[in-house]
Ligand binder design. Sequence first.
Ligand SMILES: C[S@@+](CC[C@H](N)C(=O)[O-])C[C@H]1O[C@@H](n2cnc3c(N)ncnc32)[C@H](O)[C@@H]1O
Length: 173
Amino acid sequence: MLRGFHNIKSINPGDVVLEIGSGDGFFSKFFYSNTVKSIDCVDSSKHALSYYKTSKKIKFICDDFMLYDFKKKYDVIIADAVIQYFKKENMPSFLLKVTKSLKTSGSFTGMTVKRRKDNKKISHHKYEFESKEELTNFLKKYFQEVEIYEPKYLERSELYFRCSHFLNEELIK
Ligand SMILES: C[S@@+](CC[C@H](N)C(=O)[O-])C[C@H]1O[C@@H](n2cnc3c(N)ncnc32)[C@H](O)[C@@H]1O
């Protein structure tokens, strides 16, 4: 639930939204679809279809985010529990694709799982950020404004981010 409450703070009425790795579409349906103009959900898994057909505002794109050619720009892009599926070396291209798909005034919001202190990674994750600082430094390469919040009461540590004012590609180091 926290994911939905975190992301909805970035969404304004009438926004055009993209959710990357939307799973079964639960958050798009129950948290975002009432407020937005439209929401595109992209997920590479065919098995995650449950809620998409229940709202006319939701369009499901069954594809790899990195391969799909988005024809529009979004006010808000959401990525919950998705970044950890990318290898560290592929994250720059992931972030560049996010910034290229955002409107100038757009926001990127979501969360990722933080690496455990004993370094045991969840087996299907490719990369887990080890600290709030590491994720902040990474996102700051792409956005001028980065806020990270780490709820202290979750058993499994998670990092919630909200980014805006992306940098143009030539300014990215
Ligand atoms: C852990 S689930 C998170 C689902 C949902 N966002 C949530 O928070 O409940 C990660 C989802 O990301 C999708 N995914 C991973 N890599 C992807 C990619 N490159 N393009 C699109 N979807 C991807 C997976 O298929 C999966 O449904």
